[in-house]
Design a protein around this ligand. Structure first.
Ligand SMILES: *Cc1c(COP(=O)(O)O)cnc(C)c1O
Length: 362
């Protein structure tokens, strides 16, 4: 990952946005926040967007806004960033970890259905790596059991499902604007996108001290402080303009990888009914840790998303671990290769060449 080229290109626009905020001097709330919220809601094809402090708070606020808390269980894929499960825990509910699909490493509707119990209140579909889950099937399962479907779209800005962008396909979708995400702020940030105006209003209030929209000195609920600040909203509006272009490039990069991937490395499958935002480019290899060490020596930086599935994390060990064989086997084999709009064909060629040599040598 290298953010510098994309940022340098838009530098004059960032400078102008920064100037505007500095001259009016409002750093929380204000026109830039409203403008970004409207633009991002529209981008996602949803009615409303509420900016919040980060992607983890976004999940927590959705759960709180839906009244999900103590006594409830929420279905969460075991292969996700710990924040998805932590948000469930923070509202007093219990994450119920389930295994993922072998081909996509995403939550499947079948696995979600099998995990439903008397306390289940919601399913969180995590569009991991930027690839949308099977939303129609998950919606059908949720509807049949009167559960809420929520999307953790922290990695999936600009991904599409059956031709429409992620954001309007469930009760609410949550996004992170952590700098390394596909749409990154200059610090932490997040958002909730929803077609449910009442839910959006509740989340807006909960994220601003439980304030009444009519009277700022009246607090209807015990809320908290989790806002998307003004400078970051201004910066995000600039970056949003360039996002489709960056996504298109990421898809091109994925195409090159597909073409040049050496034997012994299997790319995580791409489903045909959706277009991934390719936040991450994940392949499976044997001797993953040795492969990574060798690639590192050859100047190829890699990551693992994620080496320890949530249900095996010390923080969640108190939950009955269960055997989740797909995610447990994948955890030892997955490697995230370089991905980003800054890469060109020769970069991918180099990575694939080095990977091929390493796989033969081990
Ligand atoms: C990044 C991420 C989050 C958390 O977002 P933050 O803005 O870092 O709090 C949640 N879920 C997933 C899948 C993520 O990748």
């Amino acid at each position: 990952m290298d953010l510098a080229p994309a940022l340098a290109q838009a530098r004059p626009k960032f400078d102008a946005a920064w100037d505007t905020v500095l001259s009016h001097g409002q750093f929380v709330g204000g026109p830039e926040v409203d403008a970004f919220e409207s633009a991002f809601a529209q981008f996602c094809g949803a009615e409303r967007c509420v900016g919040v402090g980060n992607g983890t708070d976004a999940i927590e606020l959705v759960l709180a806004g839906l009244g999900i808390g103590p006594g409830s269980e929420v279905i969460v894929p075991a292969n996700t960033f710990i924040a998805t499960a932590a948000a469930v825990h923070r509202v007093g509910a219990v994450p119920r970890f389930v295994d993922v699909d072998k081909e996509t490493l995403l939550l499947s509707a079948e696995a979600a259905r099998d995990a439903i119990g008397p306390r289940t209140a919601a399913i969180i579909a995590v569009h991991l790596f930027g690839q949308p889950c099977e939303l129609d099937e998950l919606s059908a399962v949720a509807d049949a059991h009167s559960l809420v479907l929520i999307e953790d779209a922290a990695q999936a800005h600009d991904a599409t499902y059956k031709g429409t962008r992620i954001g309007g396909h469930s009760a609410a979708a949550t996004f992170s604007f952590y700098p390394g995400k596909n749409l990154g702020a200059f610090g932490d940030g997040g958002a909730v996108v929803t077609n449910d105006a009442a839910l959006a209003d509740r989340i807006a209030s909960l994220s601003a001290h439980g304030r009444s929209p009519e009277d700022r000195y009246m607090h209807m609920n015990v809320g908290r402080n989790s806002r998307l600040d003004t400078l970051n909203s201004a910066m995000l509006s600039v970056r949003l303009g360039g996002l489709p272009h960056e996504t298109a490039r990421r898809r091109e990069v994925r195409g090159w990888y597909e073409e040049m991937m050496p034997d012994g490395a299997d790319l995580v499958s791409q489903r045909v009914d959706c277009e991934s935002a390719y936040h991450l480019l994940v392949a499976q290899v044997q001797n993953r840790d040795d492969v990574r060490a060798e690639l590192d020596l050859r100047g190829v930086g890699t990551g693992v998303h994620y080496p320890i599935p949530c249900h095996l994390q010390p923080a969640f060990e108190h939950l009955a671990p269960g055997q989740l064989p797909v995610v447990e086997a994948a955890a030892d084999r997955i490697v995230s290769l370089p991905m980003g709009s800054h890469l060109d064909r020769s970069d991918v060629e180099y990575v694939c060449e080095q990977l091929g040599q390493v796989l033969i040598s081990l």
